[in-house]
Design a protein around this ligand. Structure first.
Ligand code: CTP
Length: 406
């Protein structure tokens, strides 16, 4: 999968830089075209001569070559690469990347990078665990960068703990898996609904639910990583997403979500209905703020919202796939199966509020995927990101004809 891939390898001033030579070699052996960009501190740990001999290219470190003035364009590198890998990445480089402190060639290259970026931190365990480092890593993740978590083990400081750079062979495997996955849903269009809907009562109040949108956003990310073109139709949420393959459409009410879903579904290969759509909305919207009724009861009249899943189920062509969700509290399997049938879905993803760690708000979920023939696949409690991978795996197997029974 790395054959012909153009990789910018960023090397920074960590003792783990000695492993960068092996990493370079391993990437080149797999057919990758590697361009090293090294920080001034990186050169204290490994010489540019070693790296240029391995890559058959001059190593880039400064903005220009002092003796003849040759300009090294970080913008060109950003356009050239299929991926940027920063290994080892020190706490200082991670901090600069997180905050855009462009004081060396590596950071300017990072800021100009159009391709996916992978970061393999390497530092002492206390530096790694420091809230500042962890916060910066979270920032990098929120920019869409891929963090190759540090491994635990013996450190150069003679301490033992989490902070050492992941082994070069494992880093190469991660890149290979990434490029392989990019093909799985290439040329597929997927629409995803996510988050809650707000049903307005008056200018200051609405009816809604606790949905955070985390599951839908994780699904959007997982589909995009596999090369799909994603239309993410989201209710009001705090989530952020950055991926060139994702077009985000923000809506507020179920009616708006319904309109957008109907607009995009005819072109889609798959619809994933992850939103917690409010089933009802106030019958009347009060143009001005409803006033307190001096201790008297207040009745709210609600009317049904459109059922987006059921509407898409009716429109669905034989080659299209539709995935729904069912968040249940009792009689879970039977209720979920009924929903699947009623809405003409291909799968329903069941999560039970009885399971600890499942449902809204949290970062984890525990699901069962049920298909139209009643086959069920139970999964253990996982992060929503890992759950999204499982769901997308089932979809991509079906689209690629690898699994005709589930
Ligand atoms: N759904 C939808 N539009 C609605 C209601 C639900 O698209 N107006 C979708 C959800 O996104 C989910 C599936 O239908 O994929 C099931 O949602 P759920 O709320 O569990 O089902 P309901 O049909 O609303 O049934 P109930 O609330 O009575 O359990």
């Amino acid at each position: 999968m790395l054959n012909g891939k153009k990789i910018v390898l960023g090397i920074t001033g960590s003792i783990a830089a000695y492993k960068a030579a092996y990493l370079c070699r391993a990437l080149i052996k797999k057919g990758a075209d590697v361009q090293v960009v090294i920080t001034p501190a990186g050169k204290e740990f490994i010489t540019p001569v070693t790296l240029s001999a391995l890559t058959h290219k001059p190593v880039v470190s400064e903005f220009f070559t002092a003796n003849d003035g040759t300009w090294h364009s970080h913008v060109d590198l950003g356009l050239w690469a299929d991926a940027m890998l920063i290994a080892p990445a020190t706490a200082a480089t991670i901090g600069k990347m997180a905050h855009g402190i462009a004081d060396n060639m590596l950071i300017t290259t990072y800021l100009s990078m159009k391709a996916p970026v992978f970061v393999a931190p390497a530092m002492d365990l206390d530096m790694y665990a420091h809230p500042s480092t962890q916060h910066n890593l979270e920032l990098l993740k929120s920019y869409g960068n891929h963090i190759i978590e540090s491994a635990s083990g013996f450190l150069a400081s003679q301490l033992e703990g989490k902070g050492r750079m992941e082994e070069p062979d494992t880093i190469v495997e991660i890149l290979e898996r990434f490029f392989a996955a990019q093909q799985q849903l290439a040329k597929k269009k997927i629409i995803i609904t996510a988050g809650p809907t707000y049903e307005k009562l008056d200018p200051v109040r609405y009816i809604s639910n606790y949905s955070s949108g985390k599951m839908g956003f994780a699904l959007a990310e997982a589909c995009a990583e596999r090369g799909a073109e994603v239309i993410l139709i989201s209710g009001p949420v705090q989530q952020k997403i950055h991926h060139p393959n994702i077009q985000r459409i923000d809506v507020e009410s179920a009616d708006e979500m319904y309109r957008e879903a109907l607009r995009f579904f005819p072109e889609a290969n798959v619809g994933i209905l992850c939103a917690a759509v409010a089933d009802y909305k106030p019958e009347h919207y009060a143009g001005s703020k409803l006033k307190r009724q001096n201790g008297e009861k207040m009745n709210l009249s609600l009317v049904p919202n459109p059922d987006i899943a059921a509407a898409l189920g009716k429109l669905k062509k034989p080659e299209q796939l539709l995935v729904g969700f069912a968040l249940e509290t009792d009689n879970e399997f039977v209720n979920a199966q009924e929903k699947l049938k009623k809405k003409n879905l291909d799968w329903i993803v069941l999560n039970s509020l009885k399971d600890e760690g499942a449902g809204f708000q949290g970062d984890t979920n525990k699901i069962t995927i049920i298909d139209a023939n009643g086959n069920r696949k139970d999964f253990s409690l996982k992060s929503k990101k890992a759950v999204a991978e499982d769901i997308v795996e089932v979809i991509s197997e079906k689209l690629n004809g690898e699994n005709d029974h589930a």
